[in-house]
Design a protein. Structure first.
Lengths: 183, 183
DNA sequence: GACTCATATGCAACTGGTTGCACTGCATCG
DNA sequence: CGATGCAGTGCAACCAGTTGCATATGAGTC
């Protein structure tokens, strides 16, 4: 279960409250492991029970009290243990692929439209990633340590979107050509 | 929910029993939408309730009775309706990416080892896909109709694995180089 | 004065997928 | 003769992620 471990990583970088963590999460981890505040609160609770994080209740004035979480020695050990165990492969389940597979029973133009939409949203995402790369990782690929790790993750995102764009182009082209042939 | 629709597609290609469907599913759809027989039986039940498929109990001798499922007009309409609605984008959640992100708190060599394993399994999968392409789609990319659709799906798989391999290489290289610098 | 936004936490219900197990009966292999 | 495998269907429990709602306070806006 990677959410717990993604939280451990985030909390090791900086301890904080569930709320604050959720904010930060949305700005970094969520690109490859999205999580709602709900999920984060629930998971933090479970992690505290297991002793991976310690909780400190911090009373505040003018705003609700908060609980700040910090990674314990057990949490650090768990993170290290987990990161050494084999990473399972997952098949990304994509509705669009299913639709292409069943295109014979569908309105091809509607599927082409979805591919175009997907292409555009991937191009947008790619642009955002490229901007982050320019802004935050000018030294790439000659980076070291944590900056290197973060850049490698960003690279995965960039590759994913590039690939998506190319496949969508292939798809749109092929389906359109096939439509043309039929008419 | 794409499983229901993937089943509709499969059943439109050929009606059959849950068992038989599960077998076929494993040989085609499962590459991009894996499903256990459990899930298939449960989903078929729900689909029958909704009237998307009709059920016929077929008594058999020497082996257990079976239920064959066939897509109804309502099922065909539903498939068409669904294929026209916008396809949601999903973020593939990959443990390995999380591990890379938190590599500073882990054993880098263990992560490199996992990347190598991933690279190999992707190379294997790619080889299998390439073989299918050679064997079943010699006419690509000049295909039409259902063969074209199936090939486009296969292309998505090929692209995915190629991309994975390249990223793993980048990863292994960069992490090793960084390790070297430190020592 | 009402509305939204930011801070802060949480319960409850639901959905989709995974895992483990159960039962029948024939065929095949060592 | 026993184990394995194929054909066939299914229940029950669990796990992770999603969605909707609830609650509290203060600051700023229309």
């Amino acid at each position: 279960m990677a959410l717990e471990h993604a939280i451990l990583i985030s909390l090791r970088e900086r301890a904080g409250s569930g709320y604050e963590l959720a904010q930060r999460f949305g700005r970094s981890m969520a690109y490859f492991w999205p999580a709602t505040h709900q999920q984060i609160y629930r998971t933090l609770g479970r992690m505290a029970e297991q002793g991976w994080v310690s909780v400190t209740e911090v009373p505040q004035e003018g705003r609700p009290d908060k609980k700040t979480y910090a990674v314990t020695a057990a949490g650090r050990a768990e993170l290290r243990r987990w990161s050494g165990e084999p990473a399972p492969r997952v098949t990304p389940r994509d509705d669009l692929i299913v639709k292409v597979r069943g295109a014979a029973y569908a309105d091809i133009e509607a599927i082409v439209a979805q591919a175009q939409e997907r292409r555009e949203s991937s191009a947008d995402q790619l642009e955002r990633y490229r901007e982050i790369e320019r802004r935050d990782f000018p030294g790439a690929p000659g980076l070291t340590g944590q900056a290197l790790h973060q850049w490698l993750v960003l690279r995965a995102g960039i590759r994913l979107e590039e690939n998506e764009i190319e496949w969508c182009d292939e798809l749109i082209d092929a389906l359109r050509r096939d439509q043309g042939v039929k008419e």
